[in-house]
Design a protein around this ligand. Structure first.
Ligand code: GLU
Length: 378
């Protein structure tokens, strides 16, 4: 891969885990059919990145558009919430089948993950999603995410997969998000009506001027994102220290093309953003604390997760997902993290090795008491 800017930010060498979002209008043609040949090209691009060592998470739209055609619904299945929910139920089956087949053709295993807003907003459920995605990636599968539109109602849904991709990227511990779209980036004005409009290759800060350049209108009317959702997604990703690009998906092999020829708009995360880790580091109130032994303290400093075996004492009342302090052998504050267990379960397993925990818990233990991804040293 040649390193053209802004695509260099997503090179496997600097971006070990990438989220690629594919919009409905690219995935589904005007007749409501999957654009198989184009999509096979995208999957070939993804397979190449995988072979170069990059882990891939796909966010795939298209369920509503595909289901609408099968159910004979007008307005692409978006005439009412009930239509969209029904269309998504039918379309998602087809969509999963397409991904399964195309990824298998490249020797890759598809894993479907359907999410609601609450799954990513509630901290406990967020940890569950993060753990599932991490496990799937460990196992070499390719998670294919979409919003669970069938059970999502208007108040509790993302509604667009751009923001879903940004939040999911955080949960997945990704360093980059590429939104494949039917627009080739953010323009200074609407290029359809203003001939002086210019594409911005790199956006360093989401100033009010930049926000004003993004309007909610979508070119195809098929998806629901529009430029406003994309810029909001860039803001969410940026706050978590994740780079995001809008990239033209209307060409064959769009990711290879992006890597070779550039184009698109890259939104750089603000310099001070370290996302959840920054938020964790800044927390003053904690729900409890975990005292660790010297071995665990040393392992944490090397970047390891906190295992129950290294915890000597658990204090406080906390639930899985609450922020806890991690304290060293001399009582010194080492860091903070999101507890992987409720306090009672943490107490039950502290000091025990992983293979010794199932008996006291009554369920299969998780990999760590505080996972390294959800932990910050101070
Ligand atoms: N989740 C929707 C679908 O699968 C797409 C949302 C969007 O247009 O971004 O049809």
């Amino acid at each position: 891969m040649r390193n053209s800017i802004p695509a260099a930010a997503f090179d496997p060498a600097v971006c070990p885990r990438l989220v690629v979002k594919i919009g409905s209008s690219l995935l589904v043609d005007g007749e409501g059919r999957v654009r198989q040949a184009w999509l096979a090209g995208v999957v070939a691009d993804l397979a190449q990145r995988r072979a170069a060592g990059q882990q891939i998470v796909i966010v795939s739209s298209g369920a509503i558009a595909l289901g609408a055609r099968r159910l004979g619904l007008d307005r692409g299945g978006r005439a009412s919430l009930e239509d969209a929910q029904a269309a998504a139920a039918v379309g998602q089956v087809a969509l999963a089948g397409v991904w399964e087949q195309l990824l298998a053709a490249q020797g890759l295993t598809a894993a479907q993950v359907l999410l609601t807003l609450g799954d990513l907003e509630d901290r406990r459920r967020y940890l569950n999603v993060a753990a599932t995605i991490a496990r799937l990636l460990d196992l070499g599968a390719v998670p294919v995410l979409n919003e669970n539109d069938t059970v999502a109602t208007s108040e509790i849904r993302f509604g667009d997969n751009d923001r879903l991709a940004a939040r999911a990227a955080q949960a997945a511990g990704a360093t980059g998000v590429i939104l494949l779209s039917d627009v080739d980036g953010l323009y200074t004005a609407n290029p359809a009506s203003d001939p002086t409009a210019q594409r911005l290759p790199v956006v360093k800060a989401l100033t009010p001027e930049i926000m004003a350049m993004a309007t909610a209108e979508t070119r195809s009317g098929m998806g629901s994102g529009g430029m406003a959702a994309k810029v909001q997604a860039a803001r969410m990703a940026g706050a978590a220290g994740i780079a995001l690009a809008i990239c033209d998906g209307r060409v064959e092999r769009p990711l290879t093309r992006f890597a070779d020829a550039g184009g698109g708009t890259l939104f750089l995360p603000p310099r001070n953003a370290r996302g959840r880790k920054a938020w964790l580091a800044g927390r003053i109130t904690v729900a409890g604390s975990l005292a660790v032994d010297a071995g665990a303290a040393a392992a944490l400093k090397r970047g390891a997760s906190l295992l129950a075996a290294g915890v000597v004492q658990v204090e406080g009342k906390f639930r899985r997902g609450d922020v806890v302090a991690i304290v060293g052998p001399a009582g010194e504050l080492l860091g903070r993290g999101l507890a992987g267990y409720d306090a009672d379960d943490a107490r039950a397993i502290c000091g025990r090795r992983n293979d010794d925990q199932a008996g006291v818990l009554g369920y299969a233990p998780r990999s760590a008491l505080v996972h390294a991804d959800h932990l910050v040293l101070i």
